[in-house]
Design a binder for this molecule. Structure first.
Ligand SMILES: [Zn+2]
Length: 458
């Protein structure tokens, strides 16, 4: 929808049981969110669709569910202990904390003189801030502390004594769970390169930047596919996963005009190629997912740090090599936000009313159908219809208020079909099915409803 604001989405989520502020009764905890009954269903459906496509329908792909807490050496090997930090500054006047690189990049964009903050030392960042009199976005003053590098990993300690000797981290990404299990999975599944390892799981980052609702949170869920291949096959797989990632979004109902590829301006030192698919969020074009050619960096580092061989022996050619990795990664929460934005519509009706409708793809909707008795004394028959339908797909039941009001409530959470039981149903078993998007109604038997909705879920 044109002119959609994030505020509208946040309000809708709060009002309709989709997403609530985390620990709300205690005033919340910044950048944390709880999924309500409707939101949990939608997010689960998104994850299920992803898993179907990238595991069940991807040849030679294996799923894994690795532990969130990993040996701290993993994060030394991955480079997170040394390099996963943001340059932070505090405003001495209003006490807000900011990322120096973000402030500088915003200023550079405005003045039309782009800078590469990644290649700047802390001293250079400090000098840029002072020379350009960069202002605090909150209070407008230019009175900052010096830059401090702030590691984004959440630390915790293991055991009963807190002595610092058993510091561990909440994983900042799920990818390492796939890499450290490369040999286990290759061996036990007798996997032949090229093959993939996929995982859906939580990751944690101590972000200070404001989150834009569930776009950036300190606790989030990643959906990742790592494709292990031989050097030389990497470029073709990189292109293949760009297409697969794009097609997946279209299959969820995204319009192509709201998506675009964006190559990374700056590559990680080990990466050969990297790009994002950006989505036109209400706050502007922002990253939705990434596709990265990571070379053989990850497995080489784990071989070096763990001392365990990561070589793959090609059974045909007899060649031994460390496989390359093409990574496809998408945040489940971020995708959820994009799905909600894409589906949100406000429509002027003929009677002058406006209806809010979430035009979710039926396979993503929390309820596939809602069953209504036309009047309360039809409750018994309506319950019987509900019980039949609910065996096939998740349904809602509502007998409160006028039929019009009940339609609106289901429109607002994206239920694609409403089924009304009236007096003729008692005689001939015929119910009325109303379509969320067209608002057209048609009569059919309950068996026909089951077949019709199942057809829409394919
Ligand atoms: Zn300030």
């Amino acid at each position: 929808m044109e002119n959609l604001t994030l505020e509208k989405i946040v309000n809708m989520c709060n009002q309709r049981g989709i997403i609530f502020a985390g620990s709300e009764i205690y005033g919340g905890l910044g950048n944390t969110w709880d999924y309500g009954p409707i939101g949990h269903e939608i997010k689960s459906n998104i994850k299920r669709e992803w898993w179907k496509r990238f595991v069940y329908n991807s040849p030679n792909t294996f799923g894994v569910d690795a532990a969130i807490l990993m040996n701290p050496r993993v994060w030394e090997a991955s480079g997170h202990v040394a390099g996963f930090s943001d340059p932070k500054i505090d405003c001495k006047d209003c006490k807000t904390r900011h990322r120096a690189d973000n402030l500088i990049e915003a200023h550079a964009t405005k003045t039309g003189k782009p800078v590469n903050t990644d290649s700047m030392s802390d001293d250079e960042l400090n000098k840029y801030l002072t020379d350009n009199k960069i202002k605090c976005p909150k209070c407008g003053n230019s009175n900052f502390t010096d830059i401090r590098q702030f590691n984004l990993m959440f630390e915790t300690s293991r055991g009963v004594t807190e002595g610092g000797q058993s510091k561990i981290y909440l994983r900042p990404e799920t990818a390492q769970g796939e890499f450290v299990n490369f040999i286990n999975i290759q061996r036990t599944m007798r996997a032949k390169v090229p093959f993939g390892i996929a995982q859906i799981g939580k990751a944690f980052r101590n972000e200070v930047t404001p989150g834009n609702f569930i776009f950036r949170t300190i606790e989030f869920e990643q959906m990742e596919h790592q494709l292990f291949c031989k050097e030389g096959q990497d470029e073709a797989f990189y292109e293949e996963y760009k297409t697969k990632a794009w097609d997946f979004l279209l299959s969820l109902g995204f319009k192509a005009e709201n998506l675009k590829f964006k190559p990374h301006d700056k590559l990680s030192h080990y990466a050969k190629a990297a790009c994002d698919i950006n989505y036109k969020f209400p706050m502007g074009w922002s990253e939705l997912n990434g596709i990265h050619n990571r070379t053989n960096y990850d497995l080489s580092r784990h071989q070096e740090y763990s001392g365990k061989g990561m070589l793959y022996l090609d059974p045909v050619s007899g060649e031994k090599y460390i496989p390359w990795v093409v990574e496809y990664s998408i945040g489940a929460d971020r995708l959820m936000l994009a799905v909600l934005c894409e589906a949100y519509n406000e429509e002027k009706l003929e009677d002058g009313d406006t209806r809010t409708v979430l035009k979710l793809h039926p396979k993503l909707a929390a309820y596939k159908a809602a069953v209504f008795p036309l009047q309360k004394n039809l409750g018994e028959k309506a319950m019987e219809v509900f019980n039949t339908l609910n065996k096939h797909f998740y349904c809602a039941y509502d007998e409160a208020g006028s039929i019009g009001k009940r339609y609106r409530r289901q429109d607002e959470i994206g239920t694609p079909y409403c089924i009304t039981v009236d007096f003729t149903t008692l005689e001939n078993g015929i119910v009325t099915l109303r379509d969320r998007d067209t608002m057209q109604q048609q009569s059919m038997t309950v068996d026909e409803v089951v077949a019709f909705i199942k057809g829409k879920l394919e």
